[in-house]
Design a protein around this ligand. Structure first.
Ligand code: G3P
Ligand code: MG
Length: 243
């Protein structure tokens, strides 16, 4: 099977990252899946936003965890990108899962709990995935190893992946110990040897964040399981050319 193309935070070059318009555009452009980041509000609602702080991608201030969902819904998460996306709201995980009911795209839900530990985030997200019957579409990833261990312990039977940006000789062993299905690695860590060694150990390799045609082509030629890109249309043309 050819490399799966995930739109990273949605089609995040052309539309504001982690918003419904970015997800919609990813779908229209033909991406196989969507990658998104999840955090918890003060009232424990899982919302889709990359940074712990609201400053970069909204007109709000302070931390996601210090606001209720109702408060976050008042913010504009699109104006910073372009005028066209003024008044775009921060989506809840429910919005994406509901929207995907009739589309059935693959979803990579990244638990953004490497800086802030959200109590019960693992259980809350897994329960949502089950509620919407999305188990077979979803892979849950995280840089936070404690969190991945927690998911394995909860036995939800939803695929998981370890995210890493650091070179390490123990990466494969770490993945096996954690009981994850895949390793989501930063592009600069990619080597043929790693892909082969991972496969021998029944782990898949997915690569982030790949936007340039040369790098996209390298990932696909190395038969990586998946890639994450801000430009799914470019990735699709590169894949079409190669397959
Ligand atoms: O899941 C791949 C990638 O999104 C991880 O890094 O910082 O873009 O969430 P980041
Ligand atoms: Mg991410």
């Amino acid at each position: 099977m050819s490399t799966i193309i995930y739109a990273h935070r949605g089609a995040s070059k052309q539309a504001p990252e982690n918003t419904m318009p970015a997800f919609e555009l990813a779908y229209e452009l033909g991406a196989d899946g969507i990658e998104t980041d999840v955090q918890l509000t003060k009232d424990n609602i899982p919302v889709l936003i990359h940074d712990e702080n609201l400053r970069r991608t909204t007109n709000g201030a302070g931390f996601v965890q210090d606001h209720t969902y109702e408060e976050l819904k008042m913010l504009d998460a699109g104006y910073w990108h372009s005028d066209k996306y003024r008044h775009t709201v921060i989506p809840a995980l429910d919005d994406l899962l509901e929207w995907n009911q009739d589309k059935q795209l693959k979803l990579n839900i990244e638990l953004k709990n490497n800086l802030i530990e959200y109590p019960n985030l693992e259980k809350i997200v897994c329960e949502k995935v089950k509620t919407y019957n999305m188990d077979s579409n979803v892979v849950i990833s995280s840089f936070n190893r404690k969190s991945l261990k927690e998911i394995t312990k909860l036995k939800y039977d939803i695929p998981t992946a370890l995210l890493t940006s650091k070179r390490s000789n123990s990466l494969i062993e770490d993945g096996k110990q954690l009981g994850v299905d895949g390793l989501h690695i930063r592009y600069r860590l990619l080597s043929r040897k790693l892909v082969e060694k991972a496969a021998e150990n029944k782990l898949y390799i997915a690569v982030y964040t790949v936007n340039q045609p040369f790098s996209l082509s390298r990932v696909i030629k190395n038969k990586c399981h998946a890639l994450f890109t801000d430009v799914p249309d470019t990735a699709i043309s590169v894949r079409n050319r190669l397959t």
